[in-house]
Design a protein around this ligand. Structure first.
Ligand code: URA
Ligand code: SF4
Length: 187
């Protein structure tokens, strides 16, 4: 039996990222939330502060979530596929995703969310095992592990595509988050 405890994640050295990290970044939000968001990996600010999505990407994500009607403290739990920052913010390697997966599985099992939002292609690949363009994947419900799963664009992509026009990535993400909110309200 795996007797892992999430607190032990702070001391994890199961992959090479342990050597260069400042802080292990585990989660923020509510452990009793019905919604879990999974991103890619910590960036510089997350690494310094020990919390996920607290840099520019996180601020944009928070704003979109609040606009969709979510209470950030109460309604959601946010984490990443990989808990330690990859140097120069490169994408996590497959081996790092695999090494960190037991921690993510532990989080999913303990939060037991009804709905999971996969934030960007790395999270989609980690959970659903599919590679593909987010333009095709976003906005469509999937079923995984008995849960409703929604892929959305990563906020770093939205920062590079800041148009607020109808049909632009930010608008599509607003629609996706509204769909998620509606799904949770209907249950
Ligand atoms: N990008 C992510 O995917 N996760 C973070 O925590 C910060 C930026
Ligand atoms: Fe451990 Fe995950 Fe950090 Fe690698 S990224 S050292 S597996 S917590």
């Amino acid at each position: 039996m795996d007797a892992r405890n999430l607190n032990d994640c702070h001391n994890c050295t199961d992959c090479d990222l342990a050597a260069t990290r400042q802080r292990v970044v585990i989660s923020r939000g509510s452990p009793t939330a019905r919604l879990m968001l999974i991103g890619e990996a910590p960036g510089a600010r997350e690494d310094a502060l020990g919390e996920p999505f607290v840099g520019r990407s996180g601020q944009l994500l928070d704003r979109l979530l609040m606009d969709a009607g979510f209470d950030l403290q109460r309604d959601l739990y946010i984490c990443n596929a990989v808990k330690c920052r990859p140097p120069q913010n490169r994408r996590p390697k497959r081996s790092e995703l695999l090494a960190c997966r037991p921690w993510l599985d532990l989080q999913i099992a303990s939060i037991n969310p009804e709905v999971i939002v996969l934030v960007g292609a790395t999270a989609v690949e980690a959970i659903l095992g599919i590679k593909g363009g987010m333009t095709q994947l976003r906005g469509e419900w999937r079923r995984w592990d008995g849960r409703a799963v929604m892929p959305i664009f990563h906020p770093s992509y939205l920062l590079r595509n800041p148009s607020s026009d109808e049909g632009a990535p930010i608008d599509l993400t607003r629609r996706d988050l509204a769909t998620v909110r509606q799904q949770l309200c209907e249950r």
